[in-house]
Write a protein that binds this ligand. Sequence first.
Ligand code: ATP
Length: 206
Amino acid sequence: MNERVGLFGGSFDPIHFGHLISARSLAERLGFSRVVLIPCGRPPYKENVRLTSAEHRLAMVRLAVEGDPLFETSDLELQREGPSYTFDTVDEFRRRLGDSVDLFWLIGGDWLPELTTWYRVAELVHQVTIVTATRPGWTPPDEGMLAEVVGSEAARKLLSNCYLTPAIDISSTDNRARIAAGRSIRYLAPERVRSYIEQHRLYVSS
Ligand code: ATP
């Protein structure tokens, strides 16, 4: 069997246990040898959102997974100019890793309906297997709506690659709000990430 590598992109502003638990759960389920965490440079779908500097987000991702052999961190999207399109990122990983590695792109259930708006998604679905982490009660998007954009076979594949992962109700938005309100994010994010945020006084004003 080919080596299987999971690619997990996100703003990671800041990274939290929801990200790590769902990525590890998918990795175990699907037999990934590693998961590459890829903080995005300029997210095309969050254009009006101001992100914390690339340097801080990358440092926090690195600290979050330090010592865990499952995870790697890539600054590929941070080095690239312009919007961080998944299509370009996957293309680059394919070039670097070659054809003998099976690539998987991990997303949360909230992203699957949005996929139809992604840059070159009809090609992307053939370059990489998109895997969706879902939670109990999640409603899948309409197959016909996906099929209109990616074709019916790819739409069926997208829906069959949805996996229940532990429901961890943590978000970066909530963690930023907690910090801005003077509350703790202890036990919501790795301790090293919490200390880094405190040391650099990140997110103190929202
Ligand atoms: P924000 O609250 O700023 O929108 P976020 O917490 O959703 O951020 P992102 O960095 O935007 O985090 O998300 C990266 C990926 O992680 C997305 O695919 C998202 O669906 C997924 N994700 C985020 N939070 C969780 C969680 N608690 N459990 C599982 N997946 C998650």
